[in-house]
Design a binder for this molecule. Sequence first.
Ligand SMILES: [Zn+2]
Length: 465
Amino acid sequence: MALRFFNTLTRTKEEFVSIELGKVRMYTCGPTVWDYAHIGNFRAYIVADLIKRYLGYKGYEVKHIMNITDVDDKTIAGSQSEKVSLSEYTQRYKKAFFEDLENLNIEKADLYPEATAHIMEMVDLVKKLLENGHAYQLEGSTYFKISTFPPYGQLSKMKMGDLKAGVRISKDEYEKEEVGDFALWKGWDEKDGEVFWGTERGKGRPGWHIECSTMSMKYLGKHFDIHTGGVDLIFPHHENEIAQSQAVTKEKFVNFWLHNEFLMVEGKKMAKSLGNFYTLRDILNKGYNPMAIRYLLMSTYYRQQLNFTFQGLEGAKNALQRFYDFMDSLTRVKKQKDNAMVDELLRKARVDFENALDDDLNMSEALGVIFDLVRDVNRLMDEEELSSSDALKASNQMKSFDKVLGILKKEELVLDDKIKELILKREEARRKKDWALADKIRKEIKSLGIIIEDTPEGPKAKRKM
Ligand SMILES: [Zn+2]
């Protein structure tokens, strides 16, 4: 089956063909670094990661750019309320964001361009829009005139009849009902305080939308393959990106627009007022393994709403533990005689896995295929029908799947001296057949977050999930 993606632009699943043979250029709207990113944000970044990893798995060379919004209404307000400079304020959340990405095993983009480092390029793009009649100036600000761009609304499927002539919007985020000419460059006002750039557009700062048009085209060219983001970005952000870019280049901006659905928490929309608002850090602080969070965020097909629950997170933890235990037990197979069935089992799993992902990245189905494989191979192991070389093949197949999943990354287990000492004491107790003491020590070790399993090769330590 050929790889197909659901393209928001056409509202159909289309076969993916890259502009340049074997290469994909992809852009993801990155974070606004005004606070710690929440788990809904990370769903979007994990979906982008899966798209990219699967394209890599299929042999494409992917160039991936993710912007960092370090100037907008929210970052300015945040820095002012803390009485620190904008850069000092955003630096903190930018650093946290990269730590979070690493925790979730999200592959690094090729570049994370920052808005504040591209002001002159944005000014230049605004100038071009003024020159070709798609923008106008008013009281120090510059607006995009949507009536000059007839395709406006093509992504969000808004009808031009809905547009209100003469309405102007300066805010970065707004609703469909408020549609109108939007700010490309915002003239300085008191609320901006120290934050402004003196440019040929006058003293002010860029709007949010122009940032993504400028940086995506700078690093990926004026026509590229894939643009990703959450469904909340379809309007106005991505609609405006298309207008700004195509009004200048006069050619198609992006071939495939991929949008992930919302994340709900315990069945409700996440909101601070409902007490169900979680940053990634909030959940890690509850002691959950980041790989379990990754697993949960990716296990639902990206175009379906994902209901994040703590029960679901427990389930993710168990699923992950099954994978880890499976990989561990494969290393212990000693039998020599190969099983002719294994190659076929692995081949079928590979084909089914790829078919599921080729179908618009159907991750829940792809994970189902892997679970079936784990069950079947486990059964062969139990029946002693698996050889050590079969086990190695199965293990390599799992590692190949993991190029897409990214969940087998286990932290290197470094035991502190106290635990090492307890393990030795327990071994001593076992040698003396003092089972009560051995059990007591095992419990003490467990309370420190480490589980001890006794194997023919001796005790094995693993982290409590
Ligand atoms: Zn963007």
